[in-house]
Design a protein around this ligand. Sequence first.
Ligand SMILES: [Zn+2]
Length: 373
Amino acid sequence: MRYVTRYRIYPNKETEQRLFSAFNRCTYVRNWCLDHKIFKDSILPKLKQEHPELKEVHSKVLQNVVQQIGQNLTGLKKAKEIGRKVGKLRNKRVHSIIYEQSGFKINGDLLSLSKIGDIPIVISRPIIGKIKQISVKHNKTHKWFVSVISETSDKPTKTNGTQCVGIDLNLDTFSTDTDGKVVDNPRKLRTSEKRLRRTQRKMSRKVKGSRNRRKQRLILAKSHERVKNQRDDFLHKWSRYYVDNYDHIAMEDLNIGNMVSQHLHGLNKSIYDAGWRRARYFITYKAESAGKYVYFVNPAYTSQDCFMCGTRVPKTLADHTHSCPECGYTAPRDFNAAQNILKRACVGLDTPELTLVEIGTSALVQTSVSSSR
Ligand SMILES: [Zn+2]
């Protein structure tokens, strides 16, 4: 099992300066590799010879920078191959460093980093298993964190439970599932999101490069951070509920892009996208460690198609009810969508590999009523 846990750290001025220097050196190496199109860490000795100051960074950290770009490039290539629109890797500043296997030690409330020094760490949750990797990050509101990846040798046993659920994530509420449970965004989060929109508008009115704009940028970063924290709180509880109560969970695959997100733009889109992405991520990793199954299905027409007979019933975002002219099936739009999502996971529509899954529940008996297309 793999665990990822985040802890706050408090470097003093001196260690902070060394961390920033390490970021700068990693930035140099990253961008050098991109400019020269060399993505093998065997280049590092030569680079270190030319730039002795690179030796002040732990060697594994630099190796990781080079390997990371290599992995990113492979990822982009794969995404391109399956027809997704991908950008190019650009030169950018590095705001984190990764220690893999070696160069770090956590002793009580002290994190020791090779070539950096000792930094106080708040172990807010116990570290489970053996630490494989730690990454040190500095965020836009000037806080320092480490993400600790640890592993234990045990594998979770896969459940043979049969409770299934389909979840539709939507704009009107947060989610609707096939058991009729509707979850709304918490009011606190909605308020913070509204404030974030306002802060963003204010920021865009400030003169570029001005002191006021710089000030506003910090306020904006704090606003983003608040939204993220509140959303994570909410989504941890939300995903915990589904993983605790169900064995098979079906959701839409966000990567394909659904109708709803085509109607969104700018900050609004990024707020929804971030929430939905996070929701999937939380469900996936919680399900994994609980031995539960998650399915991502093609999101095309999930809210348009009739769950009962498959007829495509066009709707706008303003239509809240699905009412089928063919078979007469009437249901709340998002509930019908959730049912379609579960059906697609079960019958493997558009996802042939899922036909192997044997699920025998009431939900499936229901789905077999519908004609398959
Ligand atoms: Zn119908």
